[in-house]
Design a binder for this molecule. Sequence first.
Ligand SMILES: Nc1nc2c(ncn2[C@@H]2O[C@H](COP(=O)(O)OP(=O)(O)OP(=O)(O)O)[C@@H](O)[C@H]2O)c(=O)[nH]1
Length: 417
Amino acid sequence: MPRDPLIGIVGKPSSGKSTTLNSLTDANAKIGAFPFTTIDPNRATGYLQVDCACARFGKQELCKPNYGWCTGGKRHVPVELLDVAGLIPGASQGLGLGNKFLDDLRQADALIHVVDVSGTTDAEGKATRGYDPVKDVEWLQDEIRLWIETNLKKRWGSIVRRHTATKSSIVDTLRAQFGGYGATASLIARAVDSIDNLPPLEEWDDHWITTMVKHFMMFKFPTVLALNKIDHPDADKNVSKILLKYPDSRAVLTSAITEVFLRRLAKQNYIKYEEGTEFIDTLEDVGPGSDLRPLDEKLLQRIETIRDLVLFRFGSTGVVQVLQEAVKVLDLIPVFTVRNIQTFTGSSGTSVFRDCTLVKRGTTVSKVARSIMGEVTIAAIEGVDGKRISATDTVDIGTNDILSFKVVPGGLTTSSA
Ligand SMILES: Nc1nc2c(ncn2[C@@H]2O[C@H](COP(=O)(O)OP(=O)(O)OP(=O)(O)O)[C@@H](O)[C@H]2O)c(=O)[nH]1
């Protein structure tokens, strides 16, 4: 993934996509500068919470990220989010906003599927009661699959003829078909390898085409379920049904509306709220002498309800965790690059760990160097304590995740060398 990761937020209308997006994006956003170059209306910057390297060295006080922010060793790293609107039943046949969502979708590296588990919205997002949201989990996957499958089947005859005539491999043939979805050859190869007993492409019937598309989707659109509206009284039974039916799904329970509310109160200094946790402090809790503003009876009551219905029962509102889970399916880890490996500072000043990049676990340090520094000649790579690191060493959490690249002064670029 050479560019910054992009997480798509999908789900039927009124499931809570915008609320989820808002809950992940507005917090302290002014603190972090915006690192992304493309800005369009349905894109926003979310903040992924990771353990910052500063805490390993007791340097939390000196930690001042270039992008995002760090509080007490909890770092908020910017991640680009995309609101994929218009996905409704029948969208693959052009209903709703038609194929616009498909264009958005293909850019995403992972999806957060927001499912309304309150059962108060039907398949189209209209208000109802007792709707079974189990259907929504399947429906969205089916919609994406149908879109890909229909495109493939329309041309299947000529695809097979060309495949045979050019004596291509399955990966090469599928690369030509799936390239439009933003898939690389290695991703397609992994999808092909994951299918047992796959016959030669010439022998594929509808069953094999569907199987191939399903496996392709597992790799191209890894999905985390945000089981949203857990604050609703009907949510419990629906959550159990979904988890029972899909025990292997990656699911996180969320109450996006609660997160938005708590962050707003925290911003207005009515409460202290540690995002991603169950901890809220009001003036009542901390006592006079605090700079918190007093809450009226109604708001105090609402906070008590939130504590009872969401925070104490589920441990948090879940939205911080849902983004963490989406990044986890991509197997991305934070890598900290510093100019001075002894002090962890940048080129000037005393601030430490200014830069943090999300990198696929197991990437070689030379590849990390290239993706961060571009095509420059690296003279040496150093890790903690000035330890020399070989270009072929790989990164993991706690292993080669703090790096300093020594560039050849005035060095030729590797591409022109
Ligand atoms: N009870 C409850 N309601 C929620 C929650 N999240 C969102 N809602 C409500 O659900 C409704 C729909 O939320 P949106 O965020 O607008 O949903 P959306 O999926 O973006 O909808 P579209 O823009 O129509 O696609 C709003 O009335 C929200 O206030 C939640 O966690 N709990």
